[in-house]
Design a binder for this molecule. Structure first.
Ligand code: ADP
Length: 484
């Protein structure tokens, strides 16, 4: 069982405010610490300088007393010296006279005093028995005709510590006040800056799937959020387009499925009548078989498109001999074209190998070739040419058919689009042939270009990228989803 607490705040406003406070707090703390340390250093320098000056003044006052025959008596009798905390030592360090206000210091023995007098630590620190710290200045006083003496003057450090404590307390209070003000200000600014986000969320929530034509009309005044609004509007554009496409596709597909079903139903109704002769029954059965063929072709194409839309057209690319694929297509199409006495000829200008799925490329070319047969008059010619153009493989299909008008040309790759619906249905097309061919070619990184003159014929050119030599090493066969 885990007791881990999730401490990271989830609201951006809180996160921004906390980050802001953390940065400001760190900067302030660093600044305050530097100021404090500088103040500590300057204060101790000032205190030492003051103590030195004071000690020299005191020695100047003491000197006449120290020259007297009995310096101890002279010092003890001088009322002005009663408040001065000092000690007079012999050259050996032994105390000669200790003023009543001189504190009982620890660690300042005779030897230390002598060392200090010889110029070692003329300024040093020492604590008294109660833990108070003092600074100690040590001076050597020369006497003509007598041994020199050592004078030590003490000064308490407590007043300076009090100044530093006060400085620290003031800075701490200011630190807390500044942070409190900054936290309020930071949270206020973050709330203001993020207010448009709430507006955007509200608008996006209001836009439901059924009202995808609505757009976000929020102007945030900030470049980043305006970009977010534009991106969301762009996404809504795409959603609306694909939603409309999906709805239209569903409606068209059900309509296309309904047509052969209704035809079969009507044929069966007629067939149920008693008065029909055996040949008439056979003719009806033939019609029903044709409708069933159309239905299964439609279902096959719908399934293929659904797989293609889901990105599952084929898993792995393999080297494809395009010449072979074109020749295979040609054989199949010749059989379909024969009843119309249409001549299908193939011209291989160059042997090209592309990368992809042979099965799907065959399907795409077959769809184009079937169309060429469907929309061409009897006795005409269909020319298939394969070659290469710069870095691309090209398969061109030229027919002498009815052609496509300039108004229809931009739409022929749309699903279920037919330039002449009645005629196209009669020819047995599902209305998905070009959409599937286009999808397959685009999945292979290529494109289909069309040029057409009404009543003269059309040219469909399939461009496929030529793979780099290293991509063509034969691999294990691709895992193709058999949708044909
Ligand atoms: P269909 O099953 O109707 O042929 P397609 O998607 O294959 O559906 O083609 C869409 C439309 O494009 C056809 O209905 C037809 O009007 C037009 N079309 C396609 N290929 C040709 C062609 N070679 N010549 C004339 N029109 C064509």
């Amino acid at each position: 069982m885990s007791f881990a607490i999730h401490v990271k705040p989830r609201s951006i406003r809180t996160q921004l405010t906390l980050w802001y406070l953390l940065m400001l707090g760190s900067a302030l703390a660093a600044f305050a610490t530097s100021v404090f340390l500088i103040r500590v250093a300057t204060l101790s320098r000032e205190v030492d300088a003051e103590l030195n000056i004071h000690a020299q003044h005191l020695v100047a006052v003491l000197e006449p007393r120290l020259l007297e025959l009995d310096p101890v008596l002279a010092l003890a009798n001088d009322q002005r010296l009663l408040d001065e905390p000092f000690i007079v030592r012999a050259r050996s360090g032994a105390p000669v006279y200790t003023s009543p206000t001189f504190p009982p210091l620890r660690g300042v023995d005779d030897a230390a005093a002598v060392r200090a007098a010889r110029g070692g630590d003329s300024l040093m620190s020492a604590d008294d028995s109660t833990g108070n710290t003092f600074r100690l200045a040590t001076l050597l006083v020369e006497r003509t005709g007598a041994a020199p003496l050592v004078v030590q003057v003490a000064a308490p450090t407590e007043p300076d510590r009090a100044i530093l404590r006060q400085l620290a307390a003031t800075m701490l209070v200011l630190f807390v006040l500044v942070l409190a003000a900054a936290s309020y200000g930071g949270s206020f600014i973050a709330r203001r800056a993020l207010r448009p986000v709430d507006a955007i969320v509200g608008r996006v929530r209001a836009i439901q799937a059924s009202r995808l034509e609505e757009r976000l009309d929020v102007r945030t005044g900030s470049e980043e959020l305006d970009r977010l609004v534009d991106t969301l509007n762009g996404m809504l554009d795409r959603l609306e387009t694909s939603m409309h496409g999906a709805r239209r596709f569903a409606a068209d597909a059900s309509h296309e499925l309904q047509t052969p079903i209704a035809a079969m139903r009507a044929a069966l109704d007629v067939g149920l009548r008693d008065e029909l002769s055996a040949p008439e029954h056979r003719a009806l059965a033939g019609e029903i078989v044709a409708d069933i063929d159309r239905l299964s072709a439609l279902v096959r194409d719908l399934r293929l498109l659904a797989l293609a839309d889901a990105g599952h057209l084929f898993e792995r690319a393999e080297p494809v001999d395009l010449g072979l694929v074109v020749r295979e297509c040609c054989e199949i199409v010749r059989a379909v074209a024969e009843p119309k006495q249409i001549v299908v000829s193939v011209d291989v200008l160059a042997e090209v190998t592309v990368s992809g799925s042979a099965q799907h490329l065959r399907r795409a070319l077959l769809n184009l070739a079937h169309n060429a047969v469907r929309y061409s008059p009897d006795g005409s010619t269909i020319q298939m040419t394969i070659g290469r153009l710069d870095t691309e493989a090209v398969v061109a299909l030229v027919d002498e058919g009815c052609g496509i008008s300039p108004e229809d040309l931009p739409h022929i790759f749309e699903r279920f689009y037919r330039a002449d619906p009645a005629r196209a249905r009669d020819t047995g097309g599902t209305g998905l042939g070009l959409a599937i061919a286009d999808h397959i070619v685009r999945t292979h990184g290529g494109r289909i270009e069309v040029s057409s003159v009404v009543d003269q014929g059309s040219t469909f050119a399939v461009f496929l990228p030529l793979p780099a030599a290293s991509d063509l090493t034969p691999a294990s066969p691709p895992q193709t989803i058999n949708a044909f």
